[in-house]
Design a protein around this ligand. Structure first.
Ligand code: SF4
Ligand code: MG
Length: 318
């Protein structure tokens, strides 16, 4: 398996009013393999969108590094930076806000084609119409404006825009959260189909655990700026190691109660603490049903507790 993206000890802190520091992402390490979908889940505010935005250079890093195909993305310049800007694309959560309302669908989709000088005139139009067909729309849609489309159609336009520059890697930040449940599966199935056809790699950010399992090869779980567990999606859902993952999964309905193990619902006490003053040691300790003395004193190491199954929790120290 080829590692296409490698994130090492990534930290992203923001300074807010009064000079306080929000530790939005604090020491996250993971690899993404070419052609896979890595799901990233967690409650809102856990830092998953911040990771997505840092990977694609919308944010700089506070510490640590992001390597894409072996190169530190935050040090790219010139030709290599232009290539990166093509190879990595993003699909946004809100298909209502992410498309310029004054641009036609044609110009929205062709924006990257124009920026990178990939085609012009009749060839440009031809490419956009091909892309519309790829995402299940057609030529008649090209000269209309975003407000004339439904949410699901707009997300298809967003996907076509991302595909227009023939990317290798797509970050999808809650691409279906704003859509009706009946439309969500359509968009996810379209993404899966395109991945197969074009060999795309996805980072799929979401809070809906059942949809993430369906689309992802592997899933990472975030809590308060930390990645707490990462494993193959079947493995993670059947054999969660981290107490936070256990609690999250205990709230997911079991699709077939006859075959699946029954799970006891774990209700977590209290609220997620502030990323301005996170708890010492393990950040989950204030809510963890299994917290021990060491959990307040030492930050649990990120380690491969079982083959291809990573976790950060003192329960898994020898
Ligand atoms: Fe709970 Fe301690 Fe593990 Fe944190 S390190 S999840 S507090 S047992
Ligand atoms: Mg978000």
């Amino acid at each position: 398996k080829e590692v296409i993206l490698s994130v090492k000890n990534l930290k992203k802190h923001f300074v807010v009013g009064g000079g306080q520091v929000v530790q939005a992402v604090d020491g996250v390490t993971f690899d993404v393999y070419r052609g896979e979908t890595l799901g990233l889940v967690g409650e809102s505010g856990c830092g998953k969108s911040t990771i997505g935005r840092t990977l694609i250079r919308l944010y700089g890093v506070t510490d640590g590094s992001v390597e894409f195909k072996g190169k530190n993305v935050h040090e790219l310049k010139g030709q290599e930076l232009r290539a990166f800007n093509r190879q990595m694309q993003m699909i946004f959560q809100d298909p209502y806000a992410s498309l310029n309302p004054r641009m036609t669908v044609m110009d929205i989709i062709a924006e990257g084609i124009d920026i990178h000088g990939l085609a012009s005139g009749e060839e440009r139009r031809k490419r956009v119409i091909e892309l519309l067909k790829v995402v299940g729309l057609n030529e008649e849609h090209a000269d209309r404006f975003p407000h004339e489309f439904s949410g699901g159609q707009r997300q298809r336009i967003g996907i076509a825009r991302a595909l227009a520059v023939e990317p290798e890697f797509i970050i999808a930040d809650e691409p279906i959260s704003a859509l009706d449940v009946s439309i969500q599966a359509q968009v996810v199935n379209l993404m899966k189909k395109l991945q197969k056809e074009q060999g795309l790699t996805y980072l799929f950010i979401a809070h809906d655990l059942s949809m993430v399992k369906y689309i992802s090869d592997r899933v990472g779980v975030m809590y308060l700026g930390n990645l707490v567990e990462l494993a193959g999606s079947d493995e993670l859902y059947e054999n969660p190691l981290h107490p936070y993952t256990e609690a999250l999964l205990s709230a997911v309905p079991i699709p077939d109660p006859k075959t699946a193990k029954t799970r006891e619902r774990i209700i977590l006490e209290g609220d997620v603490p502030s990323p301005i003053n996170p708890p010492s040691g393990c950040r989950f300790r204030t809510r963890c049903p299994k917290a021990m003395e060491i959990c307040a004193k030492e930050i649990p190491q990120w380690k491969e507790a079982q083959p291809n199954h990573f976790v950060a929790c003192h329960l898994y120290n020898e």
